[in-house]
Design a protein around this ligand. Structure first.
Ligand code: UD1
Length: 421
């Protein structure tokens, strides 16, 4: 298993290109199942979760070609309309194949996602939404078996569906299914995340009729067929936020390219509260920090509020900021696994329910720590960059799921990170 060895306390300077968003690339690759034509995609990041998605699609019979920077995905013949447990267990987003398969072929069999390190993460809303569109759904031996064969022309039927929790992949699954349904679907309390909007814009290029993207009421007028399209995947706001936080902590001066600053508002606002300087440009953002930070309180919530996927990184920042802060996690239970590892590096953190109370210290000290999930791993990397001495991070396969060339990018800015195989 690979490890990272990080020598701390190098300031970060220079420029960096932010990759395409994992959380947009995954649903957009899967949207290829909705048409027999080719989807041509750019800015698909090279990540383990993308490989897992591609191998699931290939298992189904989808043709995937990489020509220079373009990924061409063609689901002309789909032989296997199912997603077996072995292919779903490592990546929860695989549940996204359920809506497209059902909408185009009238049948789908998808394994229930397994338990996940950051909480129970059920998929009941995905299922209830498809049932509201008329699908028959049975759950047998850990599999969701869905059919529309009993419906007129075997098509899902438009409906009004209220999601009682804001769910990102739930909104995406139902939006894709509704695109090929009969009639109009109104999804209420939808997710407004930029990645949901990006998927919706890609679907509209494919011929879907979706309105209200970026608001909590999305209206989808079903069409009979979708067709070929080209789409450039939106930048990864969590990757950008992670690097901004890293520079804030180590001190330095860095320009990030390929960002839409307006998608980073909640993160930028919190970083500015810590005392760092931000310059925003049309497609880039510059951060300057002297490493002296004020502690800030954080409360995660659905977009546009502060993202849960940045909670661990911001907690790492608070461990070396001046003052006492509270970080409250409202989206996932059990998303404080980085806390014990940060404590190994000398952080002072107490957990009370879903709130962590952090007493800032002057510095953390290098230690041997363990990555537990994707964003927890990122928090350990940036904590190590700012810490005194050497840190070894074990189980970094989590990082490879979601950060493209993480150590290359940070080393390019002056970090000292080595990967040990
Ligand atoms: C997506 C992101 C993930 C991010 C999360 C929250 C992808 C591939 N992943 O995950 O990086 O951390 O949004 O921003 O885009 N819930 C239910 N029933 C459901 C669905 C969700 O109770 O049917 C609950 C979850 O347990 C959780 C909350 O709703 O408490 C939000 O989860 P959700 O937005 O669905 O997360 P994902 O889409 O899995």
């Amino acid at each position: 298993m690979d490890k990272l060895v990080i020598q701390g306390q190098s300031q970060l300077h220079g420029e960096l290109e932010i990759s395409g968003a994992k959380n947009a690339a995954l649903p957009i690759l899967i949207a290829s199942l909705l048409t027999e034509d080719t989807l041509s995609l750019t800015h698909i990041p090279h990540l383990q979760d993308v490989n897992t998605t591609k191998s699931l699609l290939k298992y189904m019979g989808v043709d995937i070609k990489n020509i220079d920077d373009v990924t061409e995905v063609t689901a002309k013949e789909v032989i296997n309309k199912n997603a077996p447990y072995e292919r779903v267990k490592t990546m929860r987003a695989s549940i996204l194949v359920l809506g497209p398969l059902l909408a185009r072929f009238g049948e789908a069999k998808v394994s229930l996602p397994g338990g996940c390190a950051i909480g129970s993460r059920p998929v009941d809303i995905h299922i209830k939404g498809l049932q509201a569109m008329g699908a028959k759904i049975d759950i047998h031996s850990g599999y969701i078996e869905a059919s529309t064969k009993h419906l007129p022309r075997s098509k899902l039927q438009g409906c009004i569906f209220y999601m009682d929790i804001v769910t990102v992949t739930g909104t995406e699954n139902l939006m894709m299914a509704a695109s090929l349904s009969h009639g109009i679907t109104i999804l209420e309390n939808s997710a407004k995340e930029p990645e949901v909007v990006d998927l919706g814009e890609c679907l509209n290029k494919m011929g879907a009729k979706i309105r209200g993207l970026g608001t909590d009421i999305i209206t989808i007028e079903g069409v009979d067929e979708l067709h070929k399209a080209s789409h450039d995947v939106i930048f990864d706001r969590i990757e950008a936020g992670t690097y901004l936080t890293a520079v804030a902590m180590t001190g330095g001066d860095v320009l990030l390219r390929n960002v839409k600053v307006e998608c980073l508002d909640a993160i930028i606002q919190k970083l500015i509260e810590t005392g760092i300087k931000i310059e925003a440009y049309e497609n880039s953002i510059r951060i300057k920090s002297d490493g002296k930070l004020k502690a800030v309180n954080i409360r995660t919530a659905p977009y546009p509020a502060f993202p849960t996927d940045m909670q661990a990184q911001m907690m790492a920042l608070n461990t070396i900021a001046d003052g006492v802060s509270e970080v409250t996690e409202t989206i996932f239970e059990n998303r404080f696994m980085h806390v014990q590892e940060l404590i190994r590096m000398g952080a002072q953190i107490d957990i009370r329910g879903n709130t962590a109370i952090i007493r800032g210290k002057e510095y953390l000290e290098g230690a041997s720590v363990m990555a537990t999930d994707l964003r927890a791993s990122a928090s350990l990397v940036i904590a190590s960059l700012a810490a005194k001495g050497q840190t070894t991070i074990d189980r970094i396969y989590h990082l490879d799921r979601g950060y493209e060339k993480l150590e290359d990018k940070l080393n390019q800015l002056g970090a000292n990170i080595k990967r040990i195989h």
